[in-house]
Design a protein around this ligand. Structure first.
Ligand code: GLU
Length: 345
C-alpha cells in the first residue's frame, strides 16, 4: 500500500535549506580547482615563501654554486592543459636527479616492470643518493632507479648500441615529457664530468657485479649529460603533468608513455623521490615527487595536475627548501592530498 508523504511548509523549507547546504558543501569541496583559486593559491604561496633565506646551493658540482640562489618560479599544469605560473619561469637550472624519473619511465616502457625489478630494483636503499656502501651491501641488487647507482644502470639500459644513440633516446624522452626540445647546460656538464669519479666508481662496481648494461665510463657520461639538461619551472611542471595525465602530455597531446608505465613510475617516486627525506615528504604532502640538486622539485597529483618549483638553495638532505614548502602549501590549500578523505555520512 502506498503511503502519501506530506510535509508541513516549515518541514519543506528546512529540507530544502538542508539540501542546499549539503549540495553547496559538496560543490565547494570539489571546487578548489577553479582557475581563480589555483592562481590565487600560487600567488599566495609565492608571497608567503619568497623571502625565505634558508638553505644553500649544492656546491659539490662546482658550477651549481654559481647559480643565482634567488631564482624562484612556480608552475602548475592541469590534466586538461591549463598552465598557471608565478614568479620566474624563464631562468633555467640543470634538471639533475629529476631526470631519473623519465629515464626510468622509458626503461619501464621499453622493457616492462619485471625487467626493471630484476635488473635494477625498485626498493628504496635507505642510504645517501650516491652511496657506494648501498651497492656493496646488496652486491649491486636493489639499487633503485631514482638514486645514482640505479639511475646510471637505468641510463645504461636505454635502447641503443652506441653512446650517441642512447643519448639521443634519453634527450627525446625527457623532451617529450617537457613538451619541447631540451638542451644541454654545457658548463654544468663539463664541471660535473671533470669531477664525477665517485659516480664512475659506482658504475664500475655495478659492472663488476654484472649490473651495468653498457660500458661503465660511457654510461656515466650519458647519465652526467642527462643531469645537465636545462629546464625551467614550466618544463618541470609539464613533465609532472604528463605523469598526472596517464602518460599523455596535456599541452602537446602527445602520448609519451603508457598508463601502465605511469602506474609503475609514481610509486617509485613516492618511496624514493626526495632522497633520505622521502618519507617525510610523503607524510607532509601525500603525493609522489622528485627533486634534483639543481633546485628543481616536481610533484604529481594523479588525474589532476603536475606542479613544479625551481629554487636552488637546498636543505641538508639535498631538497630545495622553498620548493618543498610551496608544494606542500599548494596541496593543502587545494585539498588534493589523496589521503585527505571526506567521510561518507
Ligand atoms: N648529477 C648529480 C650527481 O650524480 C645528480 C644528483 C642529484 O640531483 O641528486 O651527483
Amino acid at each position: 500500500m502506498k503511503k502519501n508523504i506530506s510535509m508541513a511548509p516549515w518541514q519543506m523549507i528546512t529540507t530544502v535549506m538542508l539540501l542546499t547546504l549539503v549540495i553547496s558543501f559538496q560543490v565547494n569541496a570539489q571546487n578548489t580547482l577553479t582557475k581563480q583559486n589555483i592562481q590565487k593559491v600560487l600567488d599566495d604561496a609565492y608571497s608567503k615563501f619568497k623571502d625565505l633565506q634558508e638553505g644553500k646551493n649544492a656546491d659539490y658540482i662546482k658550477e651549481l654554486a654559481t647559480v643565482d640562489p634567488n631564482i624562484f618560479g612556480i608552475a602548475l599544469i592541469t590534466t586538461d592543459g591549463q598552465v598557471y605560473t608565478e614568479g620566474d619561469i624563464q631562468s633555467m637550472v640543470s634538471i639533475q636527479s629529476v631526470s631519473k624519473v623519465f629515464t626510468m619511465a622509458k626503461d619501464l616502457e621499453d622493457l616492462g616492470p619485471q625487467a626493471i625489478q630484476d635488473k635494477i630494483g625498485v626498493d628504496a636503499t635507505g642510504m645517501r643518493f650516491n652511496s657506494i656502501v648501498a651497492v656493496e651491501m646488496q652486491k649491486g641488487k636493489e639499487i633503485n632507479p631514482l638514486v645514482n647507482p640505479g639511475a646510471i644502470a637505468a641510463s645504461s639500459l636505454i635502447a641503443g648500441a652506441d653512446s650517441a644513440t642512447k643519448w639521443k633516446n634519453i634527450v627525446q624522452i625527457q623532451s617529450d615529457f617537457a613538451g619541447r626540445q631540451l638542451s644541454l647546460n654545457w658548463p654544468v656538464y663539463v664541471s660535473e664530468a671533470g669531477d664525477n669519479l665517485r659516480n664512475q666508481a659506482i658504475a664500475h662496481l655495478l659492472y663488476a657485479y654484472g649490473r651495468m648494461y653498457f660500458d661503465p665510463v660511457q654510461a656515466t657520461d650519458i647519465y652526467t649529460k642527462q643531469c645537465a639538461l636545462n629546464v625551467n619551472a614550466k618544463d618541470l611542471a609539464e613533465m609532472a603533468s604528463t605523469l598526472a595525465n596517464g602518460g599523455v602530455n596535456p599541452v602537446t597531446k602527445k602520448k609519451v608513455v603508457s598508463q601502465a608505465t605511469v602506474m609503475y613510475t609514481l610509486p617509485v617516486m613516492a618511496t624514493a623521490g626526495l632522497y633520505d627525506d622521502s618519507g617525510i615528504w610523503l607524510f607532509n604532502s601525500g603525493i609522489p615527487g622528485k627533486s634534483g640538486v639543481g633546485g628543481g622539485l616536481l610533484a604529481v597529483c594523479p588525474g589532476k595536475f603536475g606542479i613544479a618549483v625551481v629554487s636552488p638553495p637546498l636543505d641538508a638532505a639535498g631538497n630545495s627548501v622553498k620548493a618543498q614548502k610551496v608544494i606542500q602549501y599548494v596541496v593543502e590549500q587545494l585539498k588534493v592530498n589523496p589521503y585527505w578523505i571526506e567521510p561518507k555520512q
